[in-house]
Design a protein around this ligand. Structure first.
Ligand SMILES: *[C@@H]1O[C@H](CO)[C@@H](O)[C@H](O)[C@H]1NC(C)=O
Ligand SMILES: *[C@@H]1O[C@H](CO)[C@@H](O)[C@H](O)[C@H]1NC(C)=O
Ligand SMILES: *[C@@H]1O[C@H](CO)[C@@H](O)[C@H](O)[C@H]1NC(C)=O
Length: 194
């Protein structure tokens, strides 16, 4: 009786053991091949494509951990904000020569100038907060940077008024949108750390 039970147990347990090995091995292989940390992390964000392509633009994203990815995500957001601010400056200087276009345009561009300067500062402060492990502060600062971009966009849309066709295709609108996506991704990535 006892030896029959033992034989039965072995019959049952061996396949279970083999299946477990197989599952564990295939998981390992999977992690090494396609499911790297960048892909895995970006699946938890709202803007997967923007997440993957922006993180991959920094080679060290390949070899870092989750907190390192959050820092890279903050860095690429900062770079995007600096790019947008510089574009706003370009628009402002070309606007100065254009007397037809002066009033509404320059006030909404001045607002964007101010908003993006603030956004850059917010993101710089959040790099420090991330280093200190103060994730609530990271969350607050990055949310504020997103609001900065929204405020810029709202003023810009108001300035263009009914001409929403040119609003939605404009470079500034695209920049605002992409920057907001990058910030949203930072928020999602930071949430994974805590
Ligand atoms: C990641 O790094 C490995 C080696 O360190 C390299 O073979 C691979 O191509 C890299 N992948 C990307 C997307 O950079
Ligand atoms: C983020 O940017 C700062 C400042 O440019 C740089 O020192 C740091 O190495 C960057 N971090 C990562 C993870 O790329
Ligand atoms: C553009 O604006 C008009 C009037 O303000 C509105 O009726 C229309 O739905 C808008 N179109 C889009 C694509 O937002």
């Amino acid at each position: 009786m006892a030896s029959r039970t033992k034989a039965f147990n072995q019959m049952i347990l061996l396949p279970i053991f083999l299946i477990s090995c197989f599952v564990l091995l295939s998981q390992c292989a999977n992690t090494e091949a396609g499911e790297d940390l960048v892909t895995e992390t970006c699946k938890h964000t709202l803007h997967f494509q923007a997440c993957v392509s922006s993180l991959r633009s920094v080679p060290s994203s390949n070899t870092t951990d989750l907190k390192g990815l959050a820092e890279i995500a903050l860095n690429v957001s900062t770079t995007e904000a600096i790019k947008t601010l510089s574009y706003v400056h370009d628009l402002k200087s070309s606007d100065d020569g254009d007397t037809n276009n002066k009033n509404g345009m320059s006030s909404s561009l001045n607002d964007c100038d101010e908003q993006y300067s603030e956004a850059i500062q917010n993101l710089k402060d959040s790099v420090e907060a991330l280093a200190n492990g103060d994730y609530n502060k990271v969350n607050a600062l990055v949310s504020a940077a997103m609001t900065n971009a929204e405020t810029c966009q709202n003023g810009f849309e108001e300035m263009l008024g009914d001409d929403n066709d040119s609003t939605s295709t404009s470079t500034l609108t695209q920049n605002n949108r992409y920057f907001s996506e990058l910030c949203s991704n930072v928020l999602a990535i930071t949430k994974l750390i805590v």
